[in-house]
Design a binder for this molecule. Structure first.
Ligand SMILES: Nc1ncnc2c1ncn2[C@@H]1O[C@H](COP(=O)(O)OP(=O)(O)OP(=O)(O)O)[C@@H](O)[C@H]1O
Length: 286
């Protein structure tokens, strides 16, 4: 489990990026971390990975405090940044050298991932394109079998086939003892991958909710006209009419559309904050 309590963080000489953030992340789940550019997603992943230290508050990842940077902690987590370094060794040798560090590293799965991604195991990482390097490092990340995997924009720079393959590989490997956090702007791809959504806005957590809970609270629909649709939260023009979100007062079932959810949350942050924070005095949709 990951517990984030009253955590604030500011880069030197700057305003707080995160202010009094509280979150609990459970095992066996994939979390989608969403937010506009520069809102603090990478910062949060940096704090979880022990690369940054909170100005105040406490973070626990499993039994470890990331800021203590103990060996036992680093064996349990894997953090893949948006722009990973490219050492001058082949993917195969990278796995041989660095796989040892992770007690449950699976070399066969690593080979399988590389093959799926069509990355040559013998080619030097430093000679790969950005997308190829990203795929090699994703293959490594997915093969570590560590309890905590943090992926910053994992599909950024990947072609469409590779994005699909990444989703398939990830969906097939998540174990009950793992907690995976993915920061992304690719919401359509996250749609079928994540169990839980965290949306950052300003220096706070705006939405922290399971897909199931979102589906209970909101109804996603396509209509020809806007008139006559009760409890409208959000609407977008589409070719055949409108894609809308309504309050789900009739307990209907609809697939959650993350892109619409995100756009709606950005448009009405106060409404979403109250809807997903459990406050009794819900600000009603306009
Ligand atoms: N090393 C740094 N020094 C100073 N400020 C930084 C540093 N890294 C990030 N920031 C600032 O902190 C804020 C949050 O940055 P962060 O990279 O966490 O955002 P993000 O949500 O991951 O953005 P994106 O979606 O563009 O990747 C931004 O205003 C950014 O300019």
């Amino acid at each position: 489990m990951i517990s984030i309590k009253n955590v604030s963080y500011a880069y030197r000489g700057k305003e707080k990026v995160l202010n009094d953030v509280n979150l609990q992340l459970d095992m066996g789940k994939v979390y989608g971390l969403l937010g506009k550019n520069g809102i603090g997603k990478s910062t949060l992943l940096g704090l979880l990975s022990g690369l940054l230290f909170p100005g105040s508050g406490e973070i626990l990842v499993g039994g470890n405090e990331p800021r203590k940077r103990q060996l036992s902690f680093f064996r349990e987590i894997y953090y893949l940044p948006d722009n990973p370094d490219a050492p001058s060794i082949s993917a195969k040798n990278y796995a041989k050298s660095f796989g040892k560090f992770y007690p449950d590293f699976n070399p066969d799965f690593f080979d399988e991932c590389l093959a799926k991604f069509e990355v040559s195991p013998g080619q030097k990482l430093s000679n790969l394109s950005h997308g190829q390097l990203k795929k090699a490092m994703l293959a490594f990340a997915l093969s570590t079998n560590v309890p905590y995997i943090f992926l910053d924009e994992p599909t950024n720079g990947l072609d469409i086939t590779s994005r699909k393959n990444f989703n398939k590989l990830l969906a097939g490997m998540v174990q009950p003892f793992q907690c995976i956090v993915i920061s992304s702007h690719q919401m359509l791809e996250l749609n079928n991958l994540v169990d839980h959504i965290i949306i950052l806005q300003d220096d706070k957590v705006l939405v922290n909710s399971s897909i199931e809970e979102i589906g209970h609270k909101l109804y996603f629909n396509i209509v020809k006209q806007l008139e006559g649709n009760d409890h409208l939260v959000y609407s977008e023009n589409i070719l055949l009419g409108y894609a809308i979100i309504q309050e789900n007062r009739h307990h209907l079932s609809s697939p959650v559309n993350l892109e619409m959810l995100f756009n709606a949350a950005m448009e009405q942050p106060d409404y979403f904050a109250s809807l997903f924070s459990g406050h009794k005095n819900i600000v009603h949709a306009v």
